[in-house]
Ligand binder design. Structure first.
Ligand code: NZQ
Ligand code: ZN
Length: 390
């Protein structure tokens, strides 16, 4: 294994009724001023807003609302939240939503305590914020990203056309009530769950030794994610499957799978940069890119892809060369994406710009190239992968 330091910053409260049961006690530990952050309004339609504002009022908190956090949150939205948090002397930020709300609030929490521009600090000068952020808690209403259990945040800077990963405040606590996810649109449920599968795959296919305990845990997370997604294909409201997926989502991004190993995450880099140009849905973008990406890299890691086929997709290696087994695993992944009704071509993504070869060239030329996958990609290879997805 690689050397590692592992620490768990987030306390998790999981289960039906978790907010009502635990939030009153949690809130007692924080000052009076709470920033209640949320997205485009789903929480007002499904009763979560009413429940949480009731709990906050009963706890005697002064609530400032920070609403309208969009999917793929922008740097401008972070600055809006930071201004509010500063003006209202916020003691606790409560982020209620999916990955977008939680991510936006992570950076708001750090940006509010400094005059320094954190984009410039982190993305240009590659330094970390020095001051402790405002405490942050997450109430998850859409699972998949695992954002609630890590300090990473993905923010789109529209001015420079970069969707990039930043690091700031990890939530101190996370309330995970699977019942809160029941009003999610079907496609978001499935694309969120595919994001979870992608996180486990991206970690698993990092360049590392083959007998790492984290890989065995990753296989279990991948199998469970696939099994529970298949249950949802039959009954999208199955609570047990929703609760399992809520936990595999957290497991895939809480650092457990990354312990003692290097990770890939190149597919995420490509998707994020595609998102900067198109504003596409994250999980759907990943579903399109993953098979093409793996067809390009598997020859550099045939034994690992054959193991993926066997241990995740149950493919019998008998009568197959190792390379044939590896290819069968990628085909199984592709078939599963189709089975879920997720997009398989870029033209199926909702995009704010027409997806043309010229746009894909810009995506390839601006996307991060990471060093720890089995194959180091060039920009031309990223372009070829994207063109294969057209
Ligand atoms: O804005 P509202 O009205 O709340 O609607 C949202 C949004 O339209 C809706 N929604 C959420 N909960 C709902 C609900 N609708 C009905 N009922 C509910 N209970 O769902 C839509 C999508 O929400 P969003 O938060 O954008 O989705 P997701 O959780 O997939 O987050 C995506 C963002 O997370 C980043 C992605 O890049 C993207 O920006 N990621 C963050 C990661 C991290 N911090 O660890 C890792 C991931 O790889 C990912 O990159
Ligand atoms: Zn992701």
């Amino acid at each position: 294994m690689e050397n590692f330091v592992y620490e768990y910053p987030t306390k998790v409260y999981f289960g039906k009724g978790a907010a009502g049961q635990h939030l009153p006690g949690i809130l007692a530990d924080y000052g009076p001023n709470v920033l209640l952050a949320y997205g485009g309004g789903s929480i007002k339609r499904n009763g979560v807003y009413e429940e949480l504002t009731g709990i906050l009022q009963a706890a005697g908190k002064t609530v400032t609302e920070f609403a309208g956090i969009m999917s793929n949150p922008t740097w401008a939205k972070v600055q809006e939240g930071a201004r509010l948090a500063r003006e209202r002397k916020i003691d606790l930020i409560l982020a209620v939503g999916g990955g977008s709300v939680v991510d936006c609030c992570k950076i708001v929490a750090a940006q509010a305590v400094t005059d320094e521009d954190l984009w410039d600090l982190e993305m240009v000068r590659h330094k970390m914020p020095a001051k402790a952020p405002i405490p942050l808690g997450a109430v998850v209403t859409a699972s998949g990203t695992g954002a609630e259990m890590n300090g990473g945040a993905v923010i789109t800077n529209e001015e420079v056309k970069i969707k990039g990963g930043m690091f700031a405040a990890a939530p101190r606590f996370a309330v995970l009530d699977p019942a809160y996810t029941l009003t999610l649109p079907r496609m978001q449920v499935l694309s969120g769950a595919f994001d979870t599968l992608s996180h486990a795959m991206e970690t698993y296919f990092g360049r590392s030794d083959r007998d790492n305990v984290s890989d065995e845990v990753a296989e279990a997370v991948m199998r469970s994610t696939v099994t529970n997604m298949r249950t949802l294909l039959k009954d999208i409201n199955d609570y047990t499957a929703r609760s399992n997926l809520m936990w595999t989502s957290a497991m895939a991004e809480n650092g457990i799978l990354k312990v003692g190993r290097l990770t890939d995450f190149e597919c995420h880099q490509i998707e994020h940069q595609l998102g900067a140009y198109t504003d596409c849905n994250h999980g759907q973008g990943l579903a399109v890119i993953h098979p093409a990406y793996y067809r390009h890299i598997y020859k550099s890691a045939v034994p690992k892809f054959a193991r993926f086929a066997r241990n995740v997709w149950g493919i019998d290696p008998a009568g197959k060369t190792e390379e044939e087994a590896a290819q069968a695993g990628i085909l199984a992944l592709e078939a599963f994406i189709l089975e879920c009704g997720l997009p398989t071509k870029l033209s199926q993504l909702r995009s704010r710009a027409e997806i043309t070869p010229a746009l894909l060239r810009q995506v390839a030329d601006s996307c991060n190239l990471l060093p720890n996958g089995y194959k180091q990609l060039t920009r031309d290879e990223v372009y070829d992968i994207l063109m294969e997805c057209l």
